[in-house]
Design a protein around this ligand. Structure first.
Ligand code: UN1
Length: 496
């Protein structure tokens, strides 16, 4: 009998008032039921916000270094439970065990970083124009934040949002994707066992439509942090635009790796394979386009296809497997539909993969072959739209200028990469690529948790979650002036 997971509200594990649950199954083997989860209603959401609101004043007034101390304990508990939760994550989400260990490690690193950051939370101190007057900036917590997290990084992304949000003194309600609620429940257990006061963290599961729309409009929610599709992000921005709630969005990507003719091809191949097929192509940062300079195209493609075909696809709990399933049937269908779209394009040529895997053990889940299209042109849908699966498009260009133009020619701008041994090409690309992240001689994936993470254009709305910038997102800045002259000093603008 699979475990029934409950909501976590006000420090208690409680059932939904709806009395309804939903199932979560292993995408590598759908006979494996990971658990049942609460199909929450608006009443549950309201209860979670009320609990978070009630916990806020005391948590806000707790010194930040004391709040950060909890993060040390959380980091240690994550370390202790790394293997157990990594295994659960592979069962829940499908990515291979080496990668779910990595996802846990990102959570651990994020906790370590939060623990240190709580002792900093720098505001600037600058001189005043006037004598006997001080001027500086402090960061104040805002209240209840609503965090909406995706399924592709079931621990790392919830930690990116939760740890800075609470270390800066906010309280939270988190709603994980319906495909990966179990890992977030484990994160709640860990935060709770680290002694975080009741009501600071609250967790509700269920449909985005029911839980989501209600929360965006909730008057007690002060900010919303969302990672997911550009379509949903735009809807959140529209609603929060009307109420002027803060919202931090990390949305789609159509990330590209440029391979210049002077590149170390061996390195570029390693990067392409890992960037495109790691996490079964289901990272926001995944490489979905290779922009290769003519001259090395044939050699590069032949070797890439050989390596992609050799990837071992299967259940990610098997340590020798290199690529797991897609997260769900719906995702598998989306990927298949994009292969069809690619095949219908005039010139695009399917050179590898293209099919769902249905033989042997793969019949139990949502597997798909590593897939490569060659002769893709920039206007094709497979070169423009986010697929979120193991489908890679190869585009050929003549020059660096053309490569950058093609790279920039989508609505997205999250991650990017250039392989070249020419420092001048690298520097020009760094300056001109429109993306939040550019790697030189590294794949588009693998961002480090202590640096700003996010993108430009339709990938986001200007915020960077990750690193020290996350601590700015979750706080209001207050500028403080202290006049210790003992008399009215008019500001310079008023007395010159
Ligand atoms: C994501 O793809 O949604 O940069 C996040 C990376 C990881 C995080 C990716 N650190 O690959």
């Amino acid at each position: 009998m699979a475990e029934e997971y409950k909501n976590f509200i006000g420090g208690e594990w409680v059932k939904s008032k709806s009395n309804k649950t939903f199932e979560n199954r292993n995408p590598a083997d759908t006979s494996d039921l990971v658990g049942t989860f609460q199909l929450s209603s608006r009443d549950d959401v309201d209860a979670a916000v009320t609990a978070a609101q009630a916990a806020f004043p005391n948590w806000r007034d707790t010194p930040a270094p004391e709040r950060a101390d909890y993060m040390y304990r959380v980091a240690n508990k994550l370390r202790e439970r790394k293997e157990e939760i990594a295994k659960l994550m592979t069962r829940e989400m499908g990515k291979v065990i080496a990668e779910t260990r990595g996802d846990m490690q990102e959570g651990i690193d994020t906790a370590d970083f939060a623990a240190g950051e709580g002792r900093r939370m720098h505001g600037q101190t600058v001189p005043s124009e006037l004598r006997n007057k001080a001027a500086y900036v402090i960061h104040r917590p805002m209240g209840v934040w609503w965090l909406i997290t995706p399924w592709n990084f079931p621990i790392a992304i919830p930690t990116w949002k939760t740890f800075p949000a609470i270390t800066t003194g906010n309280t939270i309600v988190i709603k994980p994707a319906t495909d990966t609620p179990a890992c977030t429940a484990k994160l709640m257990e860990i935060l709770d066992s680290a002694g975080i006061p009741k009501g600071v963290i609250n967790y509700v599961t269920g449909s985005g439509r029911i839980v989501g729309e209600h929360l965006i409009n909730h008057p007690d929610i002060k900010g919303i942090s969302f990672t997911g599709s550009s379509e949903v992000g735009k809807r959140i921005a529209e609603v929060t635009g009307k109420t002027l709630k803060r919202c931090s969005l990390e949305l789609g990507g159509k990330n590209a790796q440029i391979v210049m003719a002077d590149a170390n091809l061996e390195l570029a191949l390693d990067g392409a394979l890992w960037g495109a097929f790691g996490t079964t192509g289901q990272r926001c940062t995944a490489t979905s386009r290779i922009i290769v300079q003519e001259g090395v195209h044939d050699e590069f493609l032949a070797e890439l296809v050989k390596r992609a075909k050799a990837l071992k696809v299967g259940n990610g709990l098997d340590e020798s497997v290199e690529m797991g399933p897609l997260v769900s049937k719906a995702q598998q269908e989306t990927v298949a539909s994009y292969v069809k779209i690619g095949l219908e394009e005039d010139k695009a040529e399917l050179v590898c993969g293209g099919h769902a895997l249905t033989d042997g053990d793969c019949a139990k889940g949502f597997f798909f072959e590593p897939t490569i299209f060659d002769k893709v042109t920039p206007d094709m849908r497979i070169a423009q739209e986010e697929i979120f699966g193991p489908v890679l498009s190869i585009l050929t260009v003549k020059s660096l200028d053309e490569a950058i133009e093609v790279l920039n020619g989508t609505v997205y701008g999250l991650s990017s990469s250039i392989y070249t041994q020419d420092v001048n090409s690298a520097m020009r690309a760094i300056e001109r690529i429109e993306a939040g992240i550019t790697y030189v001689n590294g794949p588009t994936i693998g961002a480090e948790c202590h640096l700003p993470f996010g993108g430009v254009k339709e990938t986001g709305n200007g915020h960077r979650e990750g690193g020290w910038t996350a601590y700015e997102i979750f706080t209001e800045m207050k500028t403080v002036y202290i006049d210790y002259s003992g008399k009215l000093q008019r500001a310079q603008i008023d007395n010159k």
